[in-house]
Design a protein around this ligand. Structure first.
Ligand SMILES: [Zn+2]
Length: 485
């Protein structure tokens, strides 16, 4: 799933500090911690035996040239004695997750046959994880699998935002039960991989993630060294993107609009707009109408196969005109005293002003102090970020930049697990196909059939584009096969 990724904090640019503090303080930084995924499918015929991988990895499933190891200290898994205990735990956490915008439902009723289906799949796969990740989970019983009511096709592993511990459970949203067994097992394998490899632990995520450049031939991410210069540039950029979104585009009229996920300042904008959702003044009606138009053109610009965002000329002019009307109407509609930028942020993020402003740059402070209309302050702040992003991209081969993430790692592991339970080669790649509609899959298949590398996707999305993801897991499977021969 396209979860909003809050910026990872700690970057150098001063203008980022606000982003960092906002993000760190979101009571909801839950959102960054809940590792929500797109489903994936499974994979290859690799046992854990490839020597180089084993040497590099020790007990871990997947080869990490930098030597991934379990974190120091006792395992942080919280094992539930039974499903009832897991349900009680989930009930306590649900309001917090939903407050963070995850829109999760209650667990499915006990009578739902899906419980047995999922538990059977976890039981089938778990011994492989125990064998291959002995150091972390060798002693643990199969994790609970939680079947959650939802409209959305998704699944995830997470850590408890209250304690930092890892609940020994994975989560599957009900629509996934409609998938073919192979695709569902792929999803389970992917989520179990996140769980068993500790991917939801930020320290481990940091260890796994690397940035590199693809020059000429597309390399496998896990074989690449982290390029510190690329990392610095990309993470700085990601900090800005967390605030305003990944698309530095004049067509947005300076608005921090949601495209592949909701940026922090976008959240602030919609927090204020929502206050006026029933306001009958003409300027508020215009605002809502322009907002709907903006969303329509944004939706029309996202390609599901490539998770790319591409405005055609019609969407472009629609968005330009709608965002201009939106800004004008916002000046008249969003004008209550609590709408000013700082009070609105204090309210949304439930954090005192001094903390939000700690470390803000002089430019940012000036914007907060100016007491201009909300929409003007917001746009001015967004333009600061867009400007920094443009500068970072200028003269740099941005489309060569890549990240290797815990999502790649989970796909790789899942592929091996599927192979371990007897699926033929290509199961993981096939399991990913249902993430796209028919037309998108056809477009993707054409690219793959031509032997081309599909578009990578936005750097803000650790899953990359779905088509690239299929390309990656196929290449990984081939690599493992040739390595074990
Ligand atoms: Zn994932």
């Amino acid at each position: 799933m396209l979860t909003t990724r809050i910026c990872r904090s700690g970057r150098t640019r001063r203008v980022l500090v606000l982003a960092a503090s906002l993000a760190a303080l979101l009571p909801d930084s839950v959102r960054a911690q809940a590792e929500i995924d797109v489903l994936e499918p499974p994979a290859p015929s690799v046992t854990c035996g490839h020597r180089r991988v084993r040497e590099a990895l020790g007990d871990e499933l997947i080869g990490d040239p930098r030597g991934l190891r379990a974190p120091a200290g006792p395992p942080r898994y919280v094992v539930f004695p039974d499903r009832a205990a897991a349900l009680t735990w989930y009930a306590g956490l649900l309001p917090i997750l939903n407050q963070a915008g995850l829109q999760l439902g209650n667990p499915a009723p006990e009578s739902d046959r899906g419980w047995a289906v999922l538990e059977g799949m976890v039981a089938e796969q778990w011994p492989i994880f125990q064998r291959l990740a002995t150091q972390r989970v060798g002693e643990l019983p199969p994790p609970q699998v939680m079947l959650i009511a939802s409209q959305e096709l998704n699944a995830f592993a997470m850590r408890d935002p209250r304690t930092g511990q890892l609940p020994h459970a994975i989560f599957v949203l009900a629509p996934a039960l409609q998938l073919e067994p192979e695709a569902l097992k792929a999803i389970i394998a992917h989520e179990l991989s996140h769980h068993a490899l500790g991917h939801t632990d930020p320290a481990i995520e940091q260890q796994i993630t690397r940035y590199y450049r693809a020059r000429g031939q597309e390399p496998l991410g896990y074989l690449q060294r982290d390029d510190a210069a690329v990392r610095n540039r990309v993470e700085t950029w990601l900090g800005h993107a967390a605030m305003v979104g990944p698309f530095v585009d004049d067509d947005f009229g300076g608005l921090p609009l949601p495209t592949l996920g909701m940026p922090v300042l976008g959240e602030l904008l919609f927090h204020v707009v929502r206050r006026y959702s029933r306001d009958a003044r003409p300027e508020c009606t215009t605002l809502r109408r322009a907002g709907q138009e903006m969303f329509a053109s944004l939706r029309g610009a996202v390609s599901p196969a490539f998770l790319a965002f591409d405005l055609d000329s019609q969407n472009r002019s629609q968005l330009r005109s709608a965002s201009a009307r939106f800004r004008d109407a916002a000046r008249g509609c969003l004008n209550g005293p609590e709408d000013a930028l700082l009070p609105a942020a204090v309210q949304l993020f439930q954090t005192p002003a001094e903390r939000l402003l700690r470390g803000a740059s002089p430019e940012e402070l000036e914007i907060f102090r100016a007491e201009a209309p909300f929409i003007d302050s917001l746009v001015e702040l967004s333009l600061l970020h867009f400007g920094e992003m443009r500068q970072l991209m200028e003269g740099y081969a941005w489309d060569e930049l890549r990240s290797y993430t815990t999502e790649d790692s989970a796909d790789e592991n899942a592929s091996r697990v599927l192979s371990g339970i007897g699926y033929p080669e290509g199961a993981m790649a096939r399991g990913l196909q249902p993430l796209m509609d028919e037309a998108s899959w056809r477009a993707c298949a054409e690219v793959l059939d031509r032997g081309e590398v599909p578009p990578f996707g936005a750097l803000t999305d650790p899953h990359h584009s779905t088509c690239y993801r299929i390309y990656h897991i196929r290449a990984f499977d081939r690599h493992m096969r040739s390595a074990s021969n």
